[in-house]
Design a binder for this molecule. Structure first.
Ligand SMILES: *Cc1c(COP(=O)(O)O)cnc(C)c1O
Length: 639
């Protein structure tokens, strides 16, 4: 049971520990050769696809399953790199989304496969596909009789890789003879293939439980992993989702009073009833009218241990935004008491039992419930993360500082060792950059910084040549390249937004227009004019061109070349990333006399560990081209 501290109008608690336990239980039921694909379609059955995917992958999932390419794309935006299968058939206009996001489509007809192959050839990308065969479900998939022809034709299409073949049971929980027929047909088709694909799969969660599809090597886990027992057996599964709300009003009723729309319920005796501020618009099904049941946690506010739990009946019709419950038998009940509507350990509130009251479907209930609620993710009793209300538009308050603080706190408590926390920080910082502070925040991309040290005429110093180029929206009709003689002055330049490049001059060296030379500055193909302003502790080079006025606000390619010096006895060179940057490449060339050069990247962002390659005389450090790197990142080269 989770420690509830949240009291919103309504909210969803997602218990990631319960999810892990359920997965462990199901993994024990899998065959030795089987791995699993986690089904995260429909936002992971309403639990949050991003969070569920992360935990599933940690628990060993080798694949994720979504309903359509958009769901897959969203996961990619949320930094999910795992293979993703699109379960239902895709449409031709979704092909670009599939290829650009490296999704694996299900394929059941040749026309789609041909269009996919053409697009893949054009983009020069290999696309993994899974062929779907209909062995009796009679929904999507190619008929068994047409399967071999499809397989043969698709195998010939360029740039497509048949990575998997799969089918789906029509009633894996309850109809063993039909399941066996489907499985036999499937196995027969697989045996006829000239070459076994990497993944062969037919099982959903109940099929795993019932030992079906034992010769396949991948299973697709869904409902049972979410702790909803749709099987006919009793199982040690725990609900992952709990939906709660705060009691918002308590009223008296007299014998004979009717409650709500159409006067659908009449009080049999005097008593009291309560209003809970959720209705069918929150996904609490209309069919629960007069037959739902909720759990009221009432009692001592000061001592939660004295809290009592009472099951109460839903009385009257479910409204769009409210329901009414009978509180006559609850002795001390008050506004603000926590009401559990779904999930938790109370058997009557488990999705599979609640839907039995109205002949509903537990999958549907999970997908729809809590639509207007925030989700709070717990691991054990500890709150890990909260996700904002899903709205069609962005509301800055959704990403407030306290949320960021919470994440930073938990990151520190885990000493940044966990990839998951790193990802969270990355996503939250990115969000607050883009949404909270300034939607038009400028960033650099394709950032290249090449530094080369060679022997110089000055004893005790290397000559340093730097080449910098990147793309960025031009903000003014000029920009500054600065060379500072002290850390303090450098800091001042870091704060200025019109400075595109800074260098720190060794304080023992005379700073003048010969010791720091901007050899060329270009914007796109324009060679810029440079004007030098020299003061005691800095050298400012103003770069401009009459044509820049027209380019302000447009994306431009900046190139800056400099020649300067660097003290030999410093033994280290730091390169800072001072702006939000997408895609970083930094290289350091050094003369043979410098032995034992090492580099330590200090990257904050999506990936804290960029790739580093070192050959004689050069170290190169690079992020993936699409990766975001935050300011206050950098690299230290030591020699
Ligand atoms: C949704 C889905 C599953 C998961 O089924 P559960 O019953 O939730 O385990 C498996 N396979 C396919 C193709 C699906 O669409």
């Amino acid at each position: 049971m989770l420690n509830t501290i949240i009291k919103e109008r309504s909210w969803v608690e997602v218990d990631l520990s319960a999810f892990r336990d359920n997965l462990n239980f199901l993994k024990k039921r899998m065959q030795a050769q089987q791995s699993f694909l986690m089904i995260v379609k429909a936002d992971a059955y309403g639990h949050g696809a991003s969070e569920i995917s992360r935990v599933a992958i940690e628990a060993g999932a080798v694949y994720l399953g979504v309903a359509n390419p958009e769901e897959g794309k969203l996961l990619r935006i949320q930094s999910c790199h795992a293979p993703i299968l699109v379960l239902s058939p895709s449409l031709p206009n979704e092909i670009p989304t599939i290829i650009n996001n490296s999704l694996t489509p299900s394929v059941s007809d040749l026309a789609f496969a041909s269009a996919l192959s053409k697009a893949a050839v054009k983009l020069d990308k290999l696309v993994n596909i899974h062929l779907k065969v209909d062995t009796g479900m009679h929904r999507s998939g190619v008929f068994e009789s047409d399967f071999m022809a499809l397989y043969t034709a698709v195998a010939k299409l360029p740039k497509l890789v048949i990575e998997g073949v799969f089918s789906h049971f029509a009633s894996s929980e309850s109809d063993p003879p039909f399941c066996n027929e489907q499985e036999d047909s499937f196995n027969k088709l697989i045996r006829e293939l000239p070459e076994a694909p990497k993944y062969i799969h037919i099982d959903n969660s109940n099929a795993v439980l019932n030992g079906l599809g034992a010769s396949s090597n991948l299973v697709r886990l869904g409902i049972l992993a979410y702790g909803v027992n749709t099987s006919l057996q009793s199982l040690p599964l725990q609900p992952v989702m709990t939906f709660k709300a705060s009691l918002s009003q308590v009223k008296q009723m007299k014998k004979g009073d009717t409650i709500g729309y159409n006067r659908a319920w009449t009080a049999p005796k005097d008593g009291k009833y309560g209003i809970i501020p959720i209705g069918y618009a929150d996904g609490y099904d209309y069919l629960l009218s007069n037959c739902g049941v909720v759990l009221i946690n009432s009692g001592s506010k000061s001592n939660p241990k004295e809290t009592q739990q009472h099951l109460c009946k839903v009385i009257g019709r479910i409204s769009m935004d409210m329901i009414t419950v009978d509180l006559s038998d609850v002795p001390s009940v008050a506004i603000g008491d926590v009401v559990t509507l779904l999930g938790d350990t109370e058997p009557q509130l488990r999705a599979e039992n609640l839907v039995a009251n109205y002949g509903g479907n537990p999958y549907e209930l999970l997908c729809q419930i809590g639509r207007r609620a925030k989700r709070h993710y717990y691991s054990g009793a500890k709150l890990q993360h909260s996700s904002p209300l899903s709205r069609r538009d962005f509301v800055p308050d959704d990403f407030n500082d306290s949320k960021l603080n919470h994440i930073i706190e938990s990151a520190i408590s885990q000493r940044l060792q966990s990839v998951e926390i790193g990802e969270l920080i990355y996503r939250e910082i990115l969000r607050s950059f883009f949404y909270n502070k300034d939607r038009d925040i400028h960033y650099r991309y394709n950032f290249h910084h090449e530094i080369a040290f060679t022997e110089s005429l000055y004893s005790g110093y290397f000559a340093a040549h730097t080449t910098l180029y990147f793309d960025k929206i031009l903000q003014n009709d000029y920009f500054i390249v600065a060379c500072a003689a002290s850390d303090e002055v450098l800091q001042r330049y870091i704060k200025r937004s019109d400075v595109e490049y800074r260098w720190l001059m060794d304080d023992a060296f005379k700073l003048d227009s010969e010791s720091f030379v901007v050899s060329s500055v270009m914007l796109d193909n324009l060679v810029l004019k440079t004007e030098i302003q020299h003061s005691k502790d800095c050298l400012e080079i103003r770069c401009s061109h009459p044509k820049l006025k027209q380019l302000v606000g447009k994306m431009a390619h900046f190139t800056i070349n400099t020649q300067t010096v660097y003290p030999k006895n410093s033994h280290q060179l730091s390169v800072f990333i001072t702006e939000l940057t997408r895609g970083v490449y930094i290289s350091f060339r050094y003369p043979p006399e410098m032995s034992k050069v090492e580099c330590v990247p200090v990257f904050s962002g999506q990936d804290k560990f960029p790739s580093i390659s070192q050959q004689a005389g050069i170290i190169e450090v690079g992020s993936k081209p699409e990766e975001w790197i935050f300011p206050i990142s950098g690299i230290v080269f030591s020699y």
